[in-house]
Design a binder for this molecule. Structure first.
Ligand code: OXD
Ligand code: MN
Length: 608
């Protein structure tokens, strides 16, 4: 499309500036139309990036470069003016220095390629809680993915002013004259995912994959938005907001009213499965508002409300099956981009944990013939599907409500073999913030690096908080102060992944997690069914609805057991991690010390 007429002056100037730097062969302003997407997909098929999938209408398979398969946390930078603002959990670079380096790398970096300009919006069009942005990219794969994951094009541009977040992305692979392109251009030598929260802006170079390249997701909707939320909250004595790594679901008891629940879990811990849960209890329904990111604001009536800033799902394929997530399986039956899954001979996809034996003649994610004898997975463990949220058969009727949905409960979870019980309710908002600040989880394949190590991941935001993590704790405390005490959501820690002495999971998870949600619903309705323990409020075993389950009788006690020695060690580790973070609010130290005392630890640390 040629330059649209009504372009905000700031955007026109920025596009001209970038164009002069990156020197593309052409510039294309994305209008977001179906015709445009079809044409881009046709070209992606022609150049070998996409293979159409005969068994799934409107769907394609892409294989990334084997060196470009996940988010690169060690190449992700928060370039705040002050190093202190980034805090000890982020990689910091001086913004001027980072820009100088990126500008040097970017000179001519789009040579031979088309530069796409994508006006986009995080949040429903027309919602006062959404934000505008513009991504420039030289990857047509990114354009079609952004069209699914966000709202893009003319409808957004028509309402856009100068208040947008500029997001510059290049795969960092210029083409010399006459040089043939490759299906997945990227730069494995030079890679930077740089955030400038004080401007705010984003500059990503060298990767074409997922959160490194679809800049609306982790870069804007979490890192930049979290910093914006904090700044907005500080500049306003009422209101205030949070950008969180959370799913949102609507839960309706038989014959009852829907309550909305937000839940933070680290990457690849089953957020999508929980968001689309098929309840094991008859009569209960779950509807999905979002599976990865929530923007939560203090509404005028003092309640906490959430919008899903995204428009699609970028879900982990391996492990997704008709048993684990039938609604996701239905969602991805058509109009889906699959990346790094295995391909069948009849034009379908396959991955480990899909619930069927690998079909003969499978081609693995690297494009090679595969058999079980290969001794390695056919799909990459971080293989993904990209699909529009509106396709989800259980999408919540209010998922695009411009005002958001009211949140009644907040869950914090992780993948923990030991110590953390199935569910604990916080004693207070401060205690809930303490639970969120101490999430820990075994690492997964969503980011490069070793998997299976336990790492502290406060609010599941460790890789996504765009400012000092301890200030994020303070931001949560502040939001609590601004909520009407009668409308504050209750907070819970949950763990579906506790293992017994024999190393097997104690809890089946998936659809059975509704049993925990039911107990939470009971609590919200003022029913008791609880006991106070040293670590918080737990269900009395008989208050959990286990009907239709065949759990060995002692199992539920094992799931809820408070492992006192394990918790004493945990309390020590929390103190160490708080000390490492620095400037953790006193209210959270008080929670830590009170926990230690309840566990019978004689000298509470008070280690500020
Ligand atoms: C994601 C992640 O892609 O958290 O959602 O890594
Ligand atoms: Mn995520």
């Amino acid at each position: 499309m040629s330059d649209p007429k009504a372009v905000p002056a700031r955007l026109r100037a920025w596009v001209a500036e970038v164009r002069a730097l990156v020197r593309p062969a052409a510039v294309h302003w994305c209008d977001g139309s179906q015709a445009e997407a079809d044409e881009l997909c046709r070209r992606l098929v022609a150049n070998g990036t996409f293979a159409p999938l005969a068994r799934r209408p409107g769907s394609f398979l892409a294989r990334s470069h084997p060196g470009d398969v996940a988010r690169v946390e060690d190449r992700t930078f928060i370039c705040s003016d002050s190093r202190d603002d980034a805090g000890p959990t982020n990689n910091w670079r001086d913004p001027a220095e980072m820009k100088r380096q990126l500008a040097e790398l970017s000179a001519g970096c789009m040579a031979g390629r088309t530069m796409y300009v994508i006006p986009y919006r995080m949040g429903p069009i027309g919602s006062p809680y959404g934000r505008d942005a513009v991504q420039i990219t030289d990857s047509p794969y990114v354009v079609v993915s952004m069209r699914t994951m966000t709202r893009i094009g003319d409808a957004v541009l028509a309402r856009m002013g100068d208040d947008f977040v500029p997001c510059l992305h290049s795969v960092g692979a210029p083409l010399a004259p006459g040089q043939a392109d490759v299906p997945w251009p990227c730069n494995t030598e030079q890679r930077f995912i740089a955030h400038f929260p004080d401007e705010p802006s984003i500059w990503s170079y060298g990767s074409g994959y997922g959160g490194n390249a679809l800049l609306g997701k982790k870069c804007l909707a979490l890192r930049i938005a979290s910093a914006m939320a904090r700044r907005d909250t500080a500049g306003d004595t009422r209101g205030g907001w949070l950008a969180e790594h959370m799913l949102v679901l609507g839960l309706t008891p038989p014959g009852g009213a829907t309550v909305y629940v937000a839940a933070a879990f680290p990457s690849a811990c089953g957020k999508t499965n929980l968001a689309m849960l098929e309840p094991a209890l008859p009569g209960w329904t779950v509807r999905c508002v979002g599976d990865d990111i929530a923007w939560l604001h203090v509404a005028a009536d003092g309640s906490l409300r959430a919008i899903n800033p995204e428009a699609g799902f970028f879900g982990v394929a391996p492990g997704t099956s008709w048993a684990s997530n039938p609604h996701a399986m239905e969602t991805i039956a058509r109009d889906t981009i699959f990346t790094n899954v295995a391909a069948t001979t009849d034009g379908d996809v396959w991955w480990e944990g899909m619930g069927s034996d690998p079909p003969a003649g499978l081609i693995d994610w690297t494009g090679r013939a595969w058999s079980p004898a290969a001794g390695k997975p056919a799909a990459h463990p971080n293989a993904r599907y990209t699909v529009g949220a509106a396709q989800c058969p259980i999408i919540d009727p209010r998922w695009e409500d411009p005002e958001g949905v009211p949140i009644s409960a907040i869950l914090f979870g992780g993948r923990r073999a030991r110590v953390m019980p199935l569910v604990v309710e916080a004693n207070s908002w401060e205690h809930g913030v303490f639970l969120g600040s101490t999430i820990a989880s075994e690492t997964t394949a969503a980011a490069q690096g070793a998997t299976g190590r336990l790492r502290r991941d406060p609010f599941a935001m460790l890789p996504f908080c765009g400012y000092h993590m301890a200030d994020h704790f303070a931001q949560w405390l502040e939001i609590g102060r601004r909520l009407d005490p009668a409308k504050r959501p209750r907070m819970y820690a949950v763990n579906w992944f506790r293992k017994g002495a024999d190393g097997t999971f104690l809890w089946p998870g998936f659809g059975d997690n509704v049993r925990v949600l039911k107990w939470i619903c009971d609590r919200l309705a003022g029913r008791d069914g609880a006991r106070t323990t040293a670590i918080g409020i737990e269900p009395r075993p008989e208050a959990l609805d286990l009907s239709g389950m065949t759990l060995p009788p002692h199992r539920i006690e094992d799931l809820l057991a408070v492992d006192v020695p394990g918790w004493r060690t945990e309390a020590e580790h929390i103190a160490e991690d708080y000390r490492d973070l620095g400037r953790v609010p006193a209210a959270l130290w008080r929670e830590r010390d009170a926990l230690a005392e309840r566990l019978g630890v004689i000298s509470a640390h008070g280690g500020r």
